[in-house]
Design a protein around this ligand. Structure first.
Ligand code: UN1
Length: 498
């Protein structure tokens, strides 16, 4: 596939300047559809993180004192620039990350939506006013920025996920050190360029590219980074939380999922089929919200499975820029090996492979055939562990209650979906699904930016991204008491003696 992204070079962005790693080392960015190197970025280390944190610290006072509506105006400009550059960024994403062009556009759109939302927050950032228990005394609570925020993001949403973290952090008045994923660092740099062009002052947003083991750890360990916002694997998130706990940092984690769609006997099957294909194989299954378990009511199991097999077989693998492509590559060789290892696991556990289960050789790229595992029991590893690839496990249930029990029986808790035409069943599922996202007659993917995003159990640590809830991660509540009575009024003591 011909394209314009070759021999690229990006630098770190520290204190408003584009600079190489202090060590002079580089790391390569690879196009997953071909295995070819398309560019290089600094392979930074703790010394670069230290410089970025220092720049962010220096910039903090003037940024926190910039009125929030003015901060919002810069974010509004970011939204406009993202809109102008949507097509170029989407094409670049289809190359560096591999997702198909319409989905890459959606990724950028998610950042545009978030930028407009957070720009608007500049004129809200609502606090709360309450009445004092004493006369002639006013009380309220307002949001205060925390300081330097560390942002560590994955490769599967190279623009959208950084936007969920950086935009709310900035509108609250924090400054940021951002480490994009090692598989999509150039898109991270393109995103940062937009903030520079929008007029964000130097030092407010800093970019450091490099491996998680050095750059990511250095951010988490740095005593002057007060908040860590991380999206990635549960294993890495647990490490982040453990290190950060020693310094009592605020930590927001978005991690794995093992999301299910339940299709009941009364469901609109055409709709359900479309949603299952979209949720399981969209983004090549590489979403934390991807559907990787399909729980079918026994009465429709055979008929639905037959149609699903046919629809899965029809999916076309290819380059993300090719308009014929339905399913792009997976991110890298290690991911391909991990995904394929689950096919062996499924077979050993007694599942049947209905479609796929094979690496697709196309001379260098990392492709896995869309795969269906049938006869899966809820406790099988392929029904419990996150595969993060185009693999779907089919499970049978006899009732809604059983299906919900199976849905809730995993370590994760991000997204669940029910297909039914029965309003009573719908409300029962809304109440009983134990996940942070619940969908009725829609697949497990496609959360909107103005609702809380996140999950229960091992998916997170109780925080939520996006919407107004994102502000809680990036601000501290400051309770303010103004006593204008002219005398010493003692709370809890004088109250009943007035
Ligand atoms: C992710 O996979 O980490 O709801 C995020 C969705 C997207 C975001 C997915 N809006 O599928």
């Amino acid at each position: 596939m011909e394209h314009e992204f070759h021999d690229l070079e990006y630098l770190n962005y520290i204190g408003g300047k584009w600079v190489p790693a202090k060590s002079g080392e580089w790391m390569e960015s690879i196009e997953p559809a071909t295995g070819q190197v398309i560019g290089r970025v600094p392979k930074s280390g703790p010394e670069d993180v230290a410089a970025a944190v220092e720049a962010a610290k220096q910039a903090f006072d003037s940024w926190r004192l910039t009125p929030a509506p003015k901060r919002g105006e810069i974010l509004f400009r970011v939204a406009q620039l993202l809109e102008e550059r949507k097509e170029k960024l989407a094409r670049f994403m289809a190359v560096e990350m591999g997702k198909v062009l319409p989905e890459a556009r959606g990724d950028v759109q998610e950042a545009i939506d978030m930028a407009y939302y957070m720009a608007g927050e500049g004129r809200r950032l609502f606090g709360k006013t309450v009445h004092s228990e004493l006369p002639n005394k006013s009380c309220w609570a307002e949001r205060a920025p925390v300081g330097v925020v560390g942002v560590i993001t994955p490769w599967n949403f190279p623009i959208a996920i950084p936007s969920w973290k950086i935009l709310p952090a900035l509108i609250c008045g924090n400054t940021v050190v951002f480490k994009p994923a090692s598989d999509t660092p150039m898109l991270g740099a393109e995103f940062v360029k937009i903030f520079e062009e929008a007029g964000l002052p130097p030092g407010v947003l800093n970019l450091v590219t490099g491996p998680g083991s050095s750059v990511g750890n250095a951010i988490v360990e740095h005593p002057d980074v007060k908040v860590i916002s991380f999206t990635g694997s549960t294993e890495s998130g647990r490490q982040v939380a453990t290190i950060a706990a020693a310094q009592l940092k605020k930590v927001a984690l978005e991690m794995g999922g093992k999301n299910a769609i339940i299709v009941m006997d009364d469901a609109n099957q055409n709709l359900a089929l479309e949603a299952v294909i979209w949720s399981a194989f969209g983004t090549t299954g590489q979403r934390c919200t991807a559907c990787s378990r399909l729980i079918l009511h026994r009465a429709i199991k055979d008929e639905f499975t037959e149609r699903l097999v046919e629809a899965t077989r029809a999916l076309k693998l290819g380059h993300g820029l090719d308009p014929e492509t339905d399913v792009g590559p997976v991110i890298n060789a290690a991911a391909l090996r991990k995904i394929h290892s689950y096919t062996a696991v499924a077979q050993q556990e007694g599942a049947a492979i209905l479609v796929g289960g094979r690496i697709w050789e196309n001379g260098g790229g990392f492709f896995y055939e869309p795969t269906l595992f049938d006869n899966v029991q809820p406790h099988f590893r392929v029904a419990q562990e996150e595969i993060f690839g185009p693999c779907l496990s089919i499970i049978t249930a006899d009732s809604l209650e059983e299906a919900i029990r199976i849905n809730n029986s995993v370590a994760y808790g991000l997204s669940s979906s029910l297909f039914t035409q029965d309003v009573n069943r719908a409300f029962q599922a809304i109440r009983d699904f134990s996940t942070g996202l619940v969908y009725i007659n829609h697949g497990t993917i496609g959360a909107e930016t103005h609702l809380p995003f996140g999950g229960t159990n091992d998916t997170g640590n109780g925080t939520r991204e996006a919407a107004w809830t994102a502000l809680d991660t990036f601000s501290e509540w400051k309770a303010v008491y103004v006593d204008w009575s002219g005398r010493l009024q003692r709370a809890q003591i004088d109250t009943h003696e007035q």
